[in-house]
Design a protein around this ligand. Sequence first.
Ligand SMILES: [Zn+2]
Length: 445
Amino acid sequence: MTLGTPAPPLLLLSGVRALDPASNLDGEVDVVIEHGVISRIGPGAITAELRAVPGARVLSGRHLLVTPAFVDLHAHLREPGQEYKEDIRSGLSAAAKGGFAHVCAMPNTRPVNDTRSITEAMIAKARELLGPTLHPIGAITMGQKGSELTEMADLKDAGAVGVSDDGRCVTSSAVMRRALEYAKTFDLTVIQHAEDHALTEGAQMHEGAISTRLGLRGWPRVAEDIIVARDVLLAEATGARYHVAHVSSLGSVRILREAKSRGLRVTAEVTPHHLTLTDAAVIGYDTACKVNPPLREQADVDALREALADGTIDAVATDHAPHSTLEKDCEFAEASPGMIGLELVVPVLFGLVSSGKLPLARLIDALTRAPARIAAIESPALREGRRAEICVIDTERRFTVRREEIRSKSLNTPFLGKTFTGAVALTMANGLIVHDMGGGSPEKL
Ligand SMILES: [Zn+2]
């Protein structure tokens, strides 16, 4: 079975709030979608004639927020090689539920995506599903071993939208310099997992008062800051496009802000969990809260929120990292780092919006246009004539996260059992409906 189904001939979004920072659109409008194509947007766009068309589906109400569908720069879909944790189908299904029409998949699969053939196979598999579009990210170095560069021209030609050794840091300055120079010739963004491994050996969590209290070895902020600082200098020297994955520390934010003030081609992303949780979440030794980079302190969280709000951090990315009970139902020290994230972006981050800590328009930009620009893919947009790639959010829906409703194959999230307000009611990708909470009336939404 495919993930996407054809939209009804006529889908009418009546009296909804439409928000698309790229189109300077924010207001109460009607949206008309005919055979999967946005045909009209504007107040009064839905006429009595349209409403009377047999089979027309109507979703209406001011509590519905319509935005361009989201773009995730950073997900681990585990296929090929670790399909017991996730596969392309389950990962894209989770993405659709989360409001995503585009997902960039990290290359730390088994084998590593360091060649054209693996990139092509991933894309072909995803295409058959008719769901969100999969954009592979190729490795920077063969086998992510940190020394021999991949054939980036081949990877790009096959469809890769960037290169990264995510999970591992390119620690050698010489290799990183060559990677940036090489990637620049193909205009590929180099995405760094910034971690000086020599400083984080055996680390279990953020280094601070709580790691001392728990007796767990710490991952100091400076291990991230050192790499970001060095890479900014290398990006400046080479003129290449450089992107920092999952920024977690206030020091990185400071370095990025300075780099951007000088007009360097440097971008960054932050995860929903680094924006909302601190190292205090680790106190109960919940392995779902073991992530890499680790959850840090409130001062870091505050700096990350501020940086996202002012654009120093460009994008929100999930770092969706599924692990099975084998890797998570164990001693904290033995557990693999990572949490799933594709399905809960809206509920987790809308809390920040409703408490006034993040402007809604900036959040939507950080989930749509900004990541699309970094990956050089065409951003979903609320524009007439475009094939519908939209997300309809029910801003008033209250729900509790239940394991039986998780679409990912893995359940490693600390948000199980938590109650949120705001849920994705409908996602369209490439003109098809890929997620639908059902119903045509506001009551059912
Ligand atoms: Zn990473």
